[in-house]
Design a protein around this ligand. Structure first.
Ligand code: AHR
Length: 347
């Protein structure tokens, strides 16, 4: 009985330690020998990922882990489960472990000033991946973050506006075409409030759509970048008295669009023709929906950032010059090119 109690206590203590580190696991190159590609020793990277909210995020995580393996970098990977405090804990534990370099995707833009100062004081370089941060007035990201690797979120949303306006002018939905004299009513599913992706895509969309005053937003709510919440929010909109007025759905990621498509079908409307739907990411699930003619278009956001992260890490540690942000090159897909592109998609 005593032995059993001791084992139980050890297990409980171990699970607390695991939680405090934000659920860290060795991944990628593991801790076995060899040297990192391009280095004369094996390097250690602490990486704080925000979670697994979408198909895109899973592809991003897989890319980071596979690239660490390829470069033979020891990766201490931590999943923050969408909580900023878990990211802080993980990063502080990376500092304590004296990792060579830190990579992280900030779940939200603000609140990072203190921890970035701690990383700087410890002399550890840091790569921000996918989402940027906003620091207190007068502080520049470039003074705290060694490199940023990710997409231009504003530009993605602007491309979405251009696609929508062109489609409404040339084709339209089952109710109307945009001849300039009618209102085009939009519902917007936003991502995690305060995240770089939500802030950037909202700014980009708002700025571009303002050029077309007959495009009116009638619904706007967060779906937290998840399929389940995209579906829930759309279900509520489809039950509202304004449901029939929705001409366009802009979802800030594919997962929310896919969830919303289920809700539109359940309400007896046709996604892709009664309601024109455009989203961002270009994951395989979006291609499936485009081939079913339920999603009209998706703007690409590249999650395969792992190789660029590892390559940049090595350059930083070798004190070679780097470009602070090399924007990802991205395409856009709709019913005209989805079928041809589908077999070549990697995520
Ligand atoms: O930050 C990138 C966004 O986060 C992707 O568009 C979305 O799918 C993800 O969860």
């Amino acid at each position: 009985m005593k032995k059993l109690l001791v084992v139980l206590m050890v297990l409980i203590a171990a699970s607390f330690a695991f939680a405090a580190g934000g659920g860290q696991q060795a991944a990628g190159g593991g801790s076995s020998g060899g040297v990192t590609r391009g280095m004369d020793r094996k390097i250690v990277m602490g990486y704080s990922q925000i979670g697994a909210e979408s198909e895109w995020r899973t592809a991003c995580t897989n890319s980071v882990k596979a690239a660490a393996e390829e470069w033979n970098i020891e990766l201490i990977f931590s999943d923050a489960q969408q909580k900023q405090e878990n990211q802080m804990q993980a990063i502080r534990s990376f500092i304590r472990q004296k990792v060579d370099i830190i990579g992280f995707t900030p779940v939200v833009e603000t609140g990072w000033d203190a921890i970035l100062q701690e990383i700087k004081d410890a002399g550890i370089p840091v790569i921000c991946v996918d989402r940027q941060v906003t620091l207190a007035a007068g502080k520049r990201q470039e003074d705290y973050i060694t490199a940023f690797i990710g997409s231009n979120m504003q530009a993605e949303a602007k491309k979405a506006v251009q696609w929508v306006v062109n489609y409404m002018k040339t084709t339209g939905n089952t109710k109307k075409k945009d001849d300039g004299s009618v209102d085009i009513n939009i519902a917007i599913l936003e991502g995690t409030t305060g995240s770089g992706a939500q802030v950037g895509r909202t700014e980009g969309w708002n700025e571009e759509i303002a050029k077309y005053p007959n495009y009116k937003t009638i619904f706007r709510q967060t779906g937290n970048f998840t399929r389940a919440e995209g579906q829930q929010v759309m279900e509520a909109w489809m039950k509202s008295p304004q449901a029939n007025d929705i001409d366009i759905l802009f979802a800030q990621n594919d997962d929310m669009a896919i969830g919303a498509i289920d809700a539109i079908n359940a309400a007896g409307k046709k996604p892709g023709s009664d309601i024109i739907i455009v989203s961002i990411d270009a994951v395989k699930g979006a291609f499936d929906a485009m081939l079913r003619k339920e999603l009209n278009a998706t703007i690409e956001c590249n999650p395969l950032l792992g190789p660029q992260v590892m390559d940049t890490a090595v350059k930083i540690l070798k004190k070679q010059s780097i470009t602070w942000w090399v924007e990802s090159e991205e395409g856009q897909f709709d019913w005209t090119n989805a079928e041809t592109a589908y077999p070549t998609r990697q995520y």
